[in-house]
Design a binder for this molecule. Structure first.
Ligand SMILES: [Zn+2]
Length: 107
């Protein structure tokens, strides 16, 4: 645990670029998948589009953490960002296991 040891994780510019790319690309990908899923009437592909949405959210959180760390030297922002991702990942994982059908609003 970086947060407990008080060690500063290294700010990696590759990570920032990668996260930024995901934030831009993933919502577009999710939208495309949903369009095809509607045409094929595919529940599986629609569920897959949610993974792309989640990926965008997580990347946004990751990006904020990395940026705060790199720009302001807030080393704790990165581990805190990781902690923020946990409920999202767990919630999505449970919904996926249950095979829940879609009941949320889309962009
Ligand atoms: Zn949906």
């Amino acid at each position: 645990m970086d947060l407990l040891k008080g060690e500063a994780p290294r700010a990696t510019y590759f990570g920032i670029i990668y996260a930024a790319a995901c934030v831009i690309v993933m919502p577009v990908l999710a939208r495309a998948k949903r369009r095809v899923a509607a045409q094929l009437n595919s529940q599986a592909l629609h569920a897959d589009s949610h993974q792309s949405d989640i990926c965008a959210y997580l990347s946004l959180i990751l990006l904020l953490g990395l940026a705060l760390n790199a720009v302001l030297g807030w080393w704790w922002a990165d581990p805190v960002a990781a902690l923020c991702m946990l409920p999202i990942i767990i919630r999505e994982g449970i919904a996926g296991l249950r095979g829940e059908t879609c009941s949320h609003a889309h962009f």
